[in-house]
Design a binder for this molecule. Sequence first.
Ligand code: IMP
Length: 196
Amino acid sequence: MSALPRIVCASANPDKVAEIEFILRDVVDLLPRPAEVPDVIEDADTLEGNARLKAAAICDATGLPAVADDTGLEVLALDGAPGVFSARWAGEGCSYADNRDKLLRELAGHPDRRALFRTCVLVRWPDGRELAVDGVCSGTITEAERGGRGFGYDAVFVPDDGDGRSFAEMTDAEKHAISHRGRAFSNLLAALSAQG
Ligand code: IMP
């Protein structure tokens, strides 16, 4: 049996790391991000650009392949906002709850509540090769928060491919089976195995 590919996880967000570890268990030997590497400033104007900044910093620091993901919530009625600005949408240093409150306020009384989570996953190898894939999950924004699980915008997002529950009302496995991140990483695994 061949050894699992060793890849360093470039994400510094513990909520995302937990999800990535869960999704990649048994298929990748995922090494933790070295604590001494400073966080990169995610100032690219695309998800792929931010994923590249994070993966390249960890790949350069460790000399090992690194994987990073960057995610945005795109709300149709807000012309795709918050998108690449999803993390700090309510202001520098804001909490997940601040972002959800802002979203519910901006959409208050709005009939069109369609939205899309988009994740870009990028692997960078020490020789400079890269592989980038996307995963998308469409859904609607709730009128009020629902559920206590998950993180970020999970409590205000109901995926189209689910049974009407928000992501924050689902188990981890239920979320990953249909989520943007679950889809992006399964696209990544397919692309990696096609490379041989
Ligand atoms: P990041 O830049 O990829 O860390 O993600 C930007 C922001 O999107 C995060 O701070 C969260 O608020 C939100 N986010 C990312 N992934 C998810 C998810 O799976 N569910 C809900 N919110 C998420």
